[in-house]
Design a protein around this ligand. Sequence first.
Ligand SMILES: [Fe+2]
Length: 412
Amino acid sequence: MNLFGTLYCRTAQFITNKIAMPMVYFPEPKKITGSGCLANIPALLKDGHYLCPFVMMGKHFEHSPDGLRFLEVLKEIYPEVVTFDEVPPNPTVDAVYAAYYVAKKSNCDAIVAIGGGSVLDAAKIVGALLTNPRRPLTKMKGVLKIRHRLPLFIAVPTTAGTGSEATVAAVITDSKTHDKFAISDPHLIPKIAVLDDTLLTSLPPSLIASTGMDALTHAVEAYLGHALTKKTASYALQSVRLIHDNLLAFYQDPKNETARKNMQEASYLAGVAFTRSYVGYVHAIAHSLGGAYNVPHGYANAIILPHVLRAYGKKAEKKLARLSDVAKLTAYDESREKKAQAFLSWIEEANKAMGIPTQFQGVIQEKDIPALARHAAKEANPFYPVPKELSAKQLKAIYQELDTYDSRNKAN
Ligand SMILES: [Fe+2]
């Protein structure tokens, strides 16, 4: 990006991160952890004198032994408990409203969201609609558009990676245009995050891989950015260390309790880190590919991450070297350059070990690249506090590198 563009981005980031954001309060969820801690929820609702919990969950969970047991215990206290399990993988405006009407009809005063990122995101917006009924969902698009606090919101993640149990954000898809948009507001940070690792024992390895790399991308992008705080730096570093030490073990054996717990913790920590310190171009590119070709989010991040880190070059070297130290990848007295390279190599090796390719292999159409690059540049610039600003033109080169479609042309 040229000097004028970089200056413009840095000024916008400075105003946001050094002046505006310190005035915004980012609460952290109360965290409940431990194998089987899902069982604490019914008593917690009863002790809080809630009258009508609304349980949003994935279909798979609802019919699982864990789900059946949970609903049975909950029904002992709330015989008329209201449930909803019709959330599609990329939650649409229509699906959110369908859930909202069910919750509203029963005057629900607490939400329990049990599932992956889609269920958690959709449930957040149901909560926002319940307490902000005059604001249509499409008007919540963007940042700080939700005026009133949500009802009690309990998030129970059943994957380890999206971090939605700790974040300000929900991503919703426009039912007509299929465009994805984010709603970001500290009101959307769950009040309670229930991290029950036993819910992750039957995750398919491919999902462990993609969600785990999503968590790594959250931690790395938050750490590399200029909007780092003492707390988010510490959380991002802890998260990277946990992912380095546990992701492959969890991928190879979902019954490995320690690896499972550590990945769940890593996802949470990375969620807290990026909710205050943002993501970067990896996410901007992944979102564009998700919208255009429905590429799963974590899988896209996993492939894109090394390409974008290479494009940052020297600008990210010092921090990548620190990440390498945290993961104990090289000798401590090794050069920064070698440490940064070791971190990049580790990401590529982890991808390879989990069956994630280095490129998309025919997904990205060459004719779409200019529009995709503009989409990513528009999302990231000027506000993502990335280590090196990239223009749409520079991003185009990354898209070209990301797919094998023109490998013959590139060789010529
Ligand atoms: Fe993500």
